[in-house]
Write a protein that binds this ligand. Structure first.
Ligand SMILES: [Zn+2]
Length: 463
């Protein structure tokens, strides 16, 4: 089966052909560790986790190398540490641990290599020296800047005009810059800021050079896939291309650029000031990680995804249905037959078509329909195997089905009882319209309440 990916560089869906099928190489920009991951970060890392799983399936799990860095030196980190009044190392250690917990809860496999920027300063300095020697960078007032005018291909990924590039980068117009579009490779550090000795004095790297140096260190000059959120195309990825190709005498850098689209919450852009900023941690208090993961995969990664309670509820219902189908009687003897593989093919084809996860999910639902319909033990067992394997490709359905269903029933009962408690409080306080609204909402999902003459609610049942 061949994989097709949409390449942001050519703006076309292309057949994926790795440079070396024995070592398929992917780099994804990792977190800047100053704050908890939000659900938009969660989307990006879950999407690339599906791609990683698919590549491992297609090329063998020992033939894929996935690098996702940790940006642990960046000005936002310094600002957050100052605001919290804690040492930078304590803030980054705590945030990295939390990030790993969040990713594990979302079912994302750890990458093969997770390089930290602070452990690659020597490689960054070496790359900057090469850029200066080749005439692509210059030192000015203890800064080192990339000379954008020295790279005739600059702008190939974002295809922006020069004015748009300058406006989009919100670049500082600094007197030491030859050109306002030039960007920082190295900058001086004040005594209280983190810094390393360099030929240009004590300082620290700019963000863009971090990824160029870390990808070179672990994947070489040229590799297959570079991923990240759409907002990274400019300036971050544009600058990575400029740095890496210019440091490598113009040799190609990345073959396939893959970008996931934004996530909104209840149809509005997520932002801290709007109060709709959702962290993965907060969502994990409300719902199992697997349901969050399925909800994130329920839209295609190149389509906007609107996060809502309803989408999450829908994801839980899908998982209930999948897991229920896996509890039906099953005979492992029949699973050896090629039928399982045949039944799995449409799911895999959907994923190989530029990671069409919504289509793959609807094909899992079709498998469940067939499992529920068949009266043959042999067919059912093969289809159950296919359902499980299709789930595995997307990082789903790897729990004990009964454990999932019991947990789900418990959560559901807790949620309904919380609504009933709200309704009773409303009734006690004679806010009858509100009480009726809660009752109607529960009735709409098939939950019937039995009120007692004294005004309390006796019990509830499903219609
Ligand atoms: Zn990066």
């Amino acid at each position: 089966m061949t994989l097709a990916l949409y390449n942001s560089l050519t703006r076309r869906k292309e057949r994926f052909e790795p440079l070396d099928p024995n070592r398929v190489r992917m780099y994804v920009c990792g977190p800047t560790v100053y704050d908890r991951a939000h659900i938009g970060n969660g989307r990006a890392f879950v999407v690339f986790d599906v791609l990683y799983r698919l590549l491992r399936d297609l090329y063998g799990k020992d033939h894929v190398c996935y690098v996702r860095n940790i940006t642990d030196v960046e000005d936002k980190i310094n600002a957050a540490a100052r605001a919290n009044n804690e040492p930078i190392s304590a803030l980054t250690a705590r945030t990295i641990a939390a990030f790993r917990d969040d990713m594990a809860a979302l079912g994302a496999l750890p990458p093969d290599i997770e390089p930290r920027a602070t452990e690659h300063i020597a490689q960054m300095i070496a790359m900057i020296e090469r850029l200066i020697a080749a005439g692509h960078a210059y030192e000015a007032e203890r800064h080192v800047l990339f000379a954008v005018a020295s790279d005739p291909h600059y702008g190939q990924l974002s295809r922006r005009s020069r004015d748009e590039m300058i406006a989009g980068a919100r670049v500082e117009v600094a007197p030491y810059k030859r050109d306002p579009a030039d960007f920082v490779l190295w900058k001086p550090s004040a005594p209280e800021e983190p810094g390393w000795d360099s030929p240009w004095g004590r300082g620290r790297p700019g963000w863009h050079i971090e990824c160029s140096a870390m990808s070179e260190a672990h994947l070489g000059e040229s590799f297959d896939i570079h991923g990240g959120g759409l907002d990274l195309i400019f300036p971050h990825h544009e600058n990575e291309i400029a740095q890496s190709t210019c440091a490598h005498d113009g040799r190609p850098f990345v073959r396939y650029w893959v970008h996931n689209v934004f996530l909104s919450v209840d149809s509005t852009k997520m932002s801290k000031s709007l109060g709709n900023f959702l962290t993965v941690r907060e969502l994990l208090d409300e719902a199992p990680g697997e349901a969050i993961r399925l909800a994130l995969l329920s839209a295609h990664y190149r389509d906007p995804l609107d996060w809502s309670e309803e989408r999450l509820r829908q994801a839980r219902r899908s998982l209930d249905r999948f897991y229920r189908a896996l509890t039906l009687s099953r005979d492992p003897v029949f699973e050896r037959f090629g039928e399982a593989e045949d039944a799995l093919r449409p799911v895999k084809e959907a994923l190989c078509d530029d990671l069409n996860t919504p289509l793959a999910l609807s094909r899992l639902h079709e498998l469940v329909g067939a499992i529920n319909r068949t009266s043959s033990d042999a067919v059912r067992s093969a289809l159950q195997r296919a359902l499980e394997e299709g789930g595995r490709l997307m990082g789903l359905l790897q729990q004990d089905p009964l454990a999932w269903l019991q947990g789900s029933a418990r959560d559901e009962a807790r949620r309904i009882e919380a609504q009933i408690a709200l309704r009773m409080a409303a009734r006690r306080e004679r806010r009858f319209a509100e009480a009726d609204k809660i009752r109607a909402a529960l009735a709409a999902e098939g939950v019937v309440l039995e009120d007692r003459p004294d005004g309390s609610t006796n019990w509830w049942r499903r219609e």
